[in-house]
Write a protein that binds this ligand. Structure first.
Ligand SMILES: *[C@@H]1O[C@H](CO)[C@@H](O)[C@H](O)[C@H]1NC(C)=O
Ligand SMILES: *[C@@H]1O[C@H](CO)[C@@H](O)[C@H](O)[C@H]1NC(C)=O
Ligand SMILES: *[C@@H]1O[C@H](CO)[C@@H](O)[C@H](O)[C@H]1NC(C)=O
Ligand SMILES: *[C@@H]1O[C@H](CO)[C@@H](O)[C@H](O)[C@H]1NC(C)=O
Length: 409
């Protein structure tokens, strides 16, 4: 490990990787004047502080700049949007606006400026960067509305806008359905309102079942250095863990709209996204029933619909989802039986709590039948032993046991 001040620079170097050391200095102001042929600069995971030196603009051949995981402050120089293909400034203390002057010739494919203190709006000229595949602006203080101008990026694979101050509807006036490649869309923890964007969801071809679909691969820099593929990383909340996802996902798909103010029903079009792995709509104001067609999401591993106003019963079709390892329906207005087959045997009690009308063994709440045959929830709460025995018997026999039976018993 190298530490302390930055070492002297060799001219004529073009690939420059000092990541994962312990440099504590500022980035030398002459870095690009002494190294005119620089193509890659990777200084991630050090303790660099101070500004990004403006002289970096003189490195006109620079393609990859990774200064992530340092303590840099000040603003992002506009010129970085000129020649770069990969810009990673994640996890610093950069402030001010995002760069506004973005030329038509923008070549960016990866832009990660997440986990900083950036403010203002997403610049409209970012639409000049039509080659962008990976955009992570998450964990800043960006405001404004949903960036419909990103529809110009027809190859967009990953869009992360989480934890900002974005508001308005997730809807574009002229939806040309161009995000056919989008595999990850994370809009969580913003202030988005309105209903779930039906036509946008319907256009996400990469999330529909298609094994031959050419899912995310980061091959585009191979021609520079065989051993030094640039790895775009991001973290997503999957199964309650913050995972650092490295580029080698052959296929991973995620929709996270949690912690906004979305309302209205869950549209049936969601059921078409048969290659979806993670869906999180929790902490919104979504209402209406859970559409049985969600039982078509055969790849889904994590489905979080908690803290909404969903009503009706749990569709038995959800029990067919073989890969579902996390389900959260807590804090809604659901009623009726919790299914007792398939993956439902593995879910925790906390997945169903906070629904006054749900019943079943898991919640210690008996389901019984009224005289006209519809299910109602037995009153419960007490730890009466005879009631438990009755219930434990009822399940293996496969009966819906009536209240009368309980009395006789
Ligand atoms: C940037 O950080 C340096 C220390 O690394 C500090 O002296 C300076 O005041 C900071 N500037 C701003 C604008 O926060
Ligand atoms: C860029 O290079 C030119 C010529 O070498 C030099 O005069 C200028 O000061 C440099 N700009 C910065 C910001 O370092
Ligand atoms: C869904 O999102 C909420 C809020 O953003 C988060 O707390 C929760 O852990 C997420 N659920 C899953 C299963 O990751
Ligand atoms: C379900 O969500 C609630 C509220 O967001 C949370 O308290 C609970 O731990 C979650 N349960 C599971 C199993 O994820």
């Amino acid at each position: 490990m190298l530490r302390g001040k930055f070492p002297p620079l060799w001219s004529y170097a073009s690939y420059f990787d000092f990541s994962n050391n312990n440099f504590t200095s500022v980035i030398p102001d002459n870095i690009s004047n002494t190294l005119p042929d620089l193509i890659f600069i990777i200084l991630s995971k050090n303790n660099f502080h101070g500004f990004i030196p403006p002289s970096i603009c003189n490195a006109s051949g620079l393609r990859v700049l990774d200064l992530s995981h340092n303590h840099l402050n000040g603003s992002i120089p506009d010129c970085l949007m000129k020649s770069l293909e990969v810009l990673n400034l994640r996890n610093n203390q950069l402030n001010g606006n995002m760069p506004q002057n973005i030329p038509r010739s923008c070549n960016l494919r990866t832009l990660d400026i997440s986990e900083n203190l950036l403010q203002g709006q997403i610049p409209l000229l970012l639409a000049n960067c039509i080659a962008l595949e990976f955009v992570n602006i998450g964990d800043n203080q960006i405001d404004g509305t949903f960036p419909c101008h990103f529809m110009a990026m027809s190859g967009l694979r990953v869009l992360v806008l989480r934890s900002n101050k974005l508001h308005g509807e997730i809807r574009c006036p002229h939806n040309h359905n161009t995000w056919q490649m989008l595999q990850i869309i994370d809009l969580s923890s913003n202030d988005f309102g309105g209903t779930l964007p039906m036509s946008l969801l319907a256009s996400l071809e990469a999330m529909k079942a298609n094994k031959d679909f050419n899912h995310l691969q980061y091959q585009f820099l191979d021609y520079y250095h065989d051993e030094h593929y640039y790895e775009a990383t991001m973290s997503a909340t999957l199964k309650d863990l913050r995972l650092e996802l490295i580029k080698i996902w052959t296929i991973f798909t995620l929709i996270d709209f949690s912690r906004n103010r979305l309302e209205g029903p869950i549209p049936d079009t969601l059921g078409d996204l048969k290659a979806l792995y993670v869906l999180n709509l929790s902490h919104n104001a979504i209402s209406g029933p859970i559409p049985p067609i969600l039982g078509n999401l055969h790849e889904i591993e994590s489905l979080d619909l908690s803290v909404n106003y969903l009503n009706g019963s749990i569709p038995p079709q959800l029990a067919n989802l073989d890969f579902l390892s996390l389900l959260n329906l807590s804090n809604n207005q659901l009623v009726g039986n919790i299914p007792t087959s398939g993956q439902f045997l593995t879910f925790a009690k906390s997945s169903f709590e906070g629904n006054l009308g749900l019943c079943g063994l898991l919640l210690n709440k008996s389901c019984s039948i009224t005289t006209n045959g519809t299910e109602v929830v037995g009153d419960n709460g007490d730890d009466d032993d005879s009631e438990k025995k009755w219930f434990y018997m009822g399940i293996p026999l496969g009966f819906v046991v009536g209240f009368g039976f309980f009395v006789v018993h």
